[in-house]
Design a protein. Structure first.
Length: 212
């Protein structure tokens, strides 16, 4: 049996591999496995987000919603070594890989936390992550898990976007064929007005700001 990448404990047989994330300013070799999101290559949407988003804040807590094996969270950690980066995911296999990849690159400013599909954090062995979860977050970068369905996706975004620091930005990447435009309309009508800052290969980069 195979599992979706948003299953907490995928039963897909393991087959680990390594892939390279090469950006103009960094090169990370990442361990991946079956049963996680985009295990064979860096997802194009993720790459476009990492090539498009402005530099992250250099201090505070930065958040990656749906971190998978870590390409977004680890890029933020590399670009903002004095910040703390929190990665959240429902998939325990992906979280284990993210921790492995952070250790491999000596990115000690990262924390990874399991959440349930309804966005509720679960107990974790990292002692300082409970305090990090409440925010406020200095930035959010995310390739959100669109395929979980709108109710769960909207709960995730409503929960975590609401914890942005005043004036802070979230950058989300979504393909137009997976509902980028409808998601932008939803954000606009749910107290998170969004601006499309880039379009490439069918992907939209949406930016929303906490203006409270």
């Amino acid at each position: 049996m195979t599992s979706h990448y948003f299953n907490p404990d995928p039963d897909t047989p393991h087959k680990t591999a390594t892939i390279d994330l090469v950006l103009p300013d960094l090169h990370l070799t990442l361990t991946t496995d079956r049963g996680v999101f985009s295990p064979d290559r860096i997802d194009l949407g993720t790459r476009i987000l990492l090539e498009t988003a402005p530099p992250p804040p250099q201090h505070g807590t930065l958040l990656d919603i749906g971190c998978g094996y870590g390409p977004i969270a680890l890029t933020m950690a590399k670009r903002a070594p004095d910040a703390t980066v929190l990665g959240l995911d429902v998939n325990n296999r992906a979280l284990a890989l993210a921790r492995t990849n952070a250790t491999a690159h000596a990115l000690t400013n990262t924390r990874f936390r399991h959440i349930t599909p309804d966005a509720t954090p679960t107990p974790d062995q990292e002692p300082d992550t409970p305090q990090l979860l409440t925010g406020p977050f200095a930035a959010i970068w995310s390739n959100p898990p669109i395929r979980v369905g709108k109710p769960i996706l909207h709960t995730l975004l409503r929960t975590w976007l609401g914890r942005l620091a005043p004036g802070a930005h979230a950058h989300l990447v979504v393909h137009k064929n997976l509902g980028a435009d409808s998601l932008q309309r939803w954000l606009d009508t749910n107290n998170h007005p969004a601006t499309r800052i880039a379009t490439r290969a069918g992907y939209r980069i949406l930016r929303t700001t906490n203006n409270t």
